[in-house]
Design a binder for this molecule. Structure first.
Ligand SMILES: N[C@@H](CC(=O)c1ccccc1NC=O)C(=O)O
Length: 307
């Protein structure tokens, strides 16, 4: 069948046989968009993110720039549904941008369709490079989740959603040791959108060389490497993980998603995999502004347990 659960990731990673140029290509999402030019796709993505954020801030109840740590960059925005309640499901979003661009102030894509259905949405800022290192970003994401759990102990579940580099950060939470933090967050689901889970090939691309200085840094920050080397158990066996990738994402992005999914399944996680029809790396996320988009609907169904 489609899911090669027994074989698992093929031996001898295909990226090791790629030229530097081909690797560069595979790990440049904007080169794979089909309806727009690369620059135009990136511009449209920021524009839709900015507009969605402005709209969210102008229309609903929200708390902006809430500090979750002492650092200047350790802030999050919370967007509430109309109905006032502490017993809400929370979806926390971690933006992409290859760990060096993007911000919470342009990433409130999914706020309107989710708050309309009773989900509180938290958009998290973290210190992108060059200010932040990968280890620091992972630590900040951990702190932000601990903060939300402590602030809203009556939550009806915390769901993590990340896009691209943000999906990497969210996936690192599969490995978090919560006992160090004095609270175990009520994690009920992960929505991992067009992410990168093995950072080793990314070491060899020009954009990210400064972040991934050694193989040790890359492995320490690779959920795929950790899960394959020493499988972790879900804290909550009911915790759902959706690994999703756009049809027009590059073959390497497809491979990364499928291998994470397969590794999670073999480790006993309740994971599912979706290749989303006819969308690229950016459309897959900006479509979350739409309540009728297939991924918006999957997220809502997962949160409200209709599937
Ligand atoms: N320099 C990259 C930009 C990029 O990958 C990206 C941009 C916005 C949001 C997510 C992205 N990818 C992963 O984090 C590109 O042009 O493909």
């Amino acid at each position: 069948g489609m899911d090669d659960l027994d074989g698992g990731p093929k031996r001898g990673a295909p990226w090791k046989r790629m030229s530097k140029e081909e690797l560069e290509n595979q790990y440049s999402p904007s080169r794979w968009v089909v309806r727009l030019g690369a620059e135009e796709a990136l511009r449209t993505y920021s524009q839709i993110g900015n507009e969605a954020t402005k709209r969210a801030q102008a229309t609903g109840r929200n708390l902006l720039d809430v500090p979750y740590g002492d650092g200047e960059g350790e802030k999050l925005d919370i967007y509430f549904p109309e109905a006032v309640s502490e017993a809400l499901p929370f979806l926390m979003f971690f933006h992409g941008g290859y760990w060096q661009s993007g911000s919470k102030d342009s990433s409130a894509f999914m706020v309107s369709p989710l708050t309309a259905q009773g989900v509180a949405v938290v958009i998290v800022a973290y210190d992108i490079a060059p200010k932040g290192t990968l280890d620091q970003m992972v630590d900040q994401v951990t702190q932000s989740i601990v903060f939300v759990q402590k602030q809203y102990p009556g939550n009806q579940g915390i769901y993590l959603c990340g896009h691209s580099a943000g999906a990497h950060l969210a996936a690192m939470m599969l490995l978090a040791n919560w006992t160090e933090h004095g609270v175990t967050p009520n994690l009920k689901g992960f929505f991992l959108v067009s992410g990168i889970y093995d950072l080793e090939p990314v070491m060899h691309t020009s954009e990210n060389a400064s972040l991934l200085t050694t193989l040790e840094v890359a492995q320490r920050n690779s959920p795929q490497w950790h899960l394959q080397t020493a499988p972790t158990q879900p804290v909550d066996p009911a915790c759902r993980i959706l690994v999703t990738v756009g049809q027009h994402d590059s073959p390497e992005f497809h491979r990364q998603s499928r291998e994470l999914y397969q590794t999670l399944r073999r480790g006993g996680w309740k994971a599912s995999f979706e290749e989303l029809h006819d969308v690229d790396h950016f459309e897959i996320l900006w479509n979350l502004t739409q309540k009728d988009y297939v991924l918006t609907q999957i997220i809502l169904k997962t949160i409200f347990q209709e599937s």
